[in-house]
Every structure is written in C-alpha cells, then in structure tokens.
Design a protein around this ligand. Structure first.
Ligand SMILES: [Zn+2]
Length: 241
C-alpha cells in the first residue's frame, strides 16, 4: 500500500499529546528513529491498548503523512517485557538505554545492528534484574559508539601509534594515548582499558564487571567520546543508586 509502511519498532518515548493522543519516538531496524502519532491511544477502549508504552517491542503499520510524524494505524506486540517494569533498577537501565539510542541515532538512517542491540538489552533486563548493573550499561554504550563509527582507538596510541605505555585517554585524539602524547588527556588505569576492550569483545550478557573506579573511568572515556565526536551528552550511569 503506498504511503504506509510495516516495521518492527521499539518505543523509545511515549509522550501524552492533546486530549487522548500519544506522540511516539520509535526506533526501527530499517528506518532509524521515527516520530509517530497514535490518535486516541489514551482512550480507555483504544485499539492500541497498552502497546505504545516505552520499551515495547512492536510490529507497527505506519501511515506517512505530510508532516514529519507518521500516523500509527496498527500495532502488534512482539515483546512487552513485563518483568522489566517490575523493578526500579531495570526500568531505569531501560530508560537510559533508549535515551542513548535516541540521542546517538536520531535520524532515519538505518542501523539494524543498533535495533538488535537495543532489543537484546531489553530482553536481558526483562530476564534478570542483574543486567541492570553499570557494566552492562557501559558495554551497551560502547557497542553504540562502534555502530556510530566513533569507537575510540584502544590498541595503540591515537596520537603517535605507539603500542606501549598507553596510560591515558583523550577523546579529542580519538582513544588511548601514550605518555608522550598525554598532554590533554586524562589518566586512566589499565583496569578500565581492559574493561573497554573486554566489553567490546563479548556479548552484552557477559559484559565484564570491575571496580567502581574502573567503571567510572570507562564511562568517562565513553561519555567524552560521544560529546567530542557526536556532540551528544549521555546521561550519567555509574555510581547511581
Ligand atoms: Zn603517543
């Protein structure tokens, strides 16, 4: 049907609009981030039911109108993630994951790998509240940087290529730097370096844990990279209670 598209989507945000509508931020495998309006979605007997709440993995039919917003005309649930909604920590981790995706990938450019990563993160949070830990959240963000093409260089000095004495991190230089290139960098221990490398090389479910200091250093590297190379400010993750 011309003017309409069928797609899987994850609801990143769901905002009350007008008397009974919802404005949705959707993340899709083939169309990136889309804005949509679901008319009448907040009425008690809406045909959409509760399927347009944040973190729902849905299959949707969207009508492309003249405005930037698509109109939702049909919705099926792929995964509702009910257990995720039962704990403050998993709700919070899911909100941070959706927020990071929405900020780093805000255009219609397709990134199916980002969609799968986010779907996977929500499934993990639904399966076991232990996945709400900071290490999983950092691994998730690091994989987002990889998908965005701004992964910091971790194997050799981003300034001069030196493979040894990598003792600091510089978002401006693009990764770890050696002692001689250290000027504008912040010091980060070997532990956080191993953490970053380990998080990238493993599935999300097996993200390596570390001390709070190492996690905080790894987070700083990720946050500064997103700010410097994507002008995106990510919400703080480590040390929250
Ligand atoms: Zn160097």
């Amino acid at each position: 049907m011309p003017g309409s598209l069928k797609t899987e989507a994850i609801v990143l945000r769901s905002i009350r609009y007008g008397e009974a509508d919802r404005i949705l931020h959707l993340y899709t495998p083939g169309y990136g981030r889309l804005g949509a309006i679901a008319k009448g979605a907040r009425r008690a007997r809406s045909r959409f039911g509760a399927r347009l709440e944040p973190f729902f993995h849905i299959r949707a039919i969207l009508h492309e109108g003249r405005s930037e917003l698509h109109t939702v005309t049909g919705v099926d649930t792929v995964a509702a993630h009910p257990a995720l909604r039962g704990h403050a920590a998993t709700l919070d981790a899911a909100a941070r994951a959706c927020d990071a995706v929405g900020r780093l990938f805000e255009t219609p450019e397709p990134h199916p790998e980002v969609f799968r990563l986010l779907a996977n993160e929500l499934v993990l949070l639904d399966l076991d509240p232990a996945h709400a830990r900071a290490a999983t959240g950092l691994a998730f963000r690091l994989k987002l940087l990889l998908a965005a093409g701004i992964l910091p260089q971790l194997g050799s000095c981003a300034g001069c290529g030196e493979a040894d004495h990598l003792q600091a991190f510089s978002a401006a230089a693009g990764g770890v730097v050696c002692g001689s290139c250290e000027a504008a960098a912040f010091r980060r221990g070997q532990v956080s370096h191993d953490l970053l490398v380990g998080a990238l090389g493993r599935p999300l479910a097996e993200a390596p844990d570390a001390s709070e200091l190492a996690l905080a250093q790894a987070e700083r590297a990720i946050t500064e990279t997103a700010e410097h190379h994507a002008q995106v400010r990510l919400r703080p993750l480590v040390g929250r209670r």
